[in-house]
Structures are given as structure tokens and as C-alpha cells.
Ligand binder design. Sequence first.
Ligand code: A2P
Length: 279
Amino acid sequence: MQEQEYYTLYNGVKIPKIGFGTYKVTDDTAESVLCTALLAGYRHIDTARMYGNETQVGNAIRTAGIDRKDLFLTTKVWRSALSYDDAMRSIEASLQDLQTDYLDLCLLHWPMPEVDRDAWAEKVISAWHAMEKLYEQKVLRAIGVSNFLPHHLMPLMVAANITPMVDQLEFHPGYTQSYAVSYCQSQGLLVEAWSPLGRTKALDDPFLLELAQKYGKTPAQICLRFALEQHILPLPKSSSLQRMQENLDIFDFSLTPEEVSRLMTAPQGQWSGHHPDTF
Ligand code: A2P
């Protein structure tokens, strides 16, 4: 099995440099997909209360017999729970479903609530204080956000007693969010990439194919390596053992600065369509 490599969060917590994304891993195959991912060597699993698969994730970990301390487990608080009490309840339910008494990382999933959107900042800050409380109690080893742009992070950074350690953003060739990534990194947050393969839309780009040929890798591996070159943590998902393994095999080559620059500055627009201000 591939040796794990780690990033270190500003609080000293080590996080495996690649994680397994579980969005839409929900039907009755979810548990076996997750067992396969653990078998393939993933030790960092990214789920969310909203994905509706925390029970299957918990079952898969138990079935696979992985020692809890060898696993990095992330979940997220959905935007319907943006208050102190609701966030507390959400995390309690996540812990129960995941069958664990702590989380390695917990994120606020989106900055904007579905209703009462003008009050988003107060709501976020209230939920954040619940996360801080559980962090102090060592129920959460690290806390962060997801889909927060700089203007969502700014009021949170002012009000927070503990600033976020992570921001999980959509990131892949064709949608690199350079401004948000630079802001996060300048503030000491680790950026994680959701949809690092651009839901496969990015994979037939001619420049990616050229790089794949040059390095003897696949376009998917080039996308994932591209995230690493930017000090970003990719969270690919796959339902096949072969592609899961392929996606882990990205630590034996690197892209040149010129190649990274071409990928960072390629025309933007291949995005999911979910903007944090309007979603
Ligand atoms: P599959 O489950 O059949 O492997 P993203 O993580 O960017 O949202 O992309 C997820 C999609 O990428 C899934 O449809 C998944 O399909 C596909 N995928 C995952 N890994 C690879 C790979 N190495 N090569 C091609 N497609 C991949």
C-alpha cells in the first residue's frame, strides 16, 4: 500500500494529502464502495451530514477493521443547522452515525442559509462558536469551512476565537478560484479541492492529455498532481478500485512551474454552477 504523505494544519494536526470524496455515494452500494476505498489505501474520508451516508461510512470503517486512530475523518454541518444549538445537534448526530466519539475535521458546509439569507454572517458565527466549543472539548481535532469565499471568511475571522484551519472549495483545471485560494493560503488555511477532476469534464483537455503522455500518467492523475503543486488537498471520488488506486498514485512525479501556470491560467468556466453567494 502507498505510504501516506501529510499536510500539517496550523494547529499541528496532520492530514493525509489526498482524501476520498463521498458526495453521491449514497445508494445500497455505498458501504461496499467505501470498503473498497479503504482497501485501496485511502485513510482520509470526506463526508457530510447532507450526503446522507454517514451511517454507511461508519459501517464501512467497522467492517474494514481500520484502527480509528489511523483514519482521518471529516464531516460537515449543513446550512440548515447554522445556529449554535443546531450545529451542536448536527455534530452529535454525525458522531452517532459515524460510530465515533471524535472527528478529525468538521466544516461548515456553505456560508448561506436557505432562508433568512441577510442574517448569514450572524448565523455562521453562532454555528462557529459551537464548533469552537467542541474543538476545546477535543471532540473535533480541527475545524474549518467549505465554499467560503474571502468575503465570507472575513467577518468570521474577526469574530472567531479560533480561526478556521481549512476551506474546501471547488478546484480543478478550468475553475481554479485563484483569488479565494490565495486569500485562504495567506491566512494560514489549508485549501481542499472538491471535484478535483471537474466531474471528468476537465479530462479531455488537449494540454492535460499532452502532460499525461509526457509523464506516463492519466489526465486524472495530472489534475490531482496539479492540486498538490498548489499546496491543495484533492478529494477525488470514484466507484472503481482501479481508478481509486490510480488516483492515489500521484506522488512520484511533479509538474514544472510553467505547466502549473498554464493550468492555473487556462480559460475558466468549467464549473459546477454552484456559487456560494447564490446557491
Ligand atoms: P467513476 O466513479 O466511474 O470512477 P470529481 O471527483 O471531480 O467530482 O469526479 C468524479 C467523477 O470522476 C466520477 O464520475 C468518477 O467516475 C470519475 N473518475 C474518478 N477517478 C477517475 C479517473 N482516474 N479517471 C477517469 N475518471 C475518474
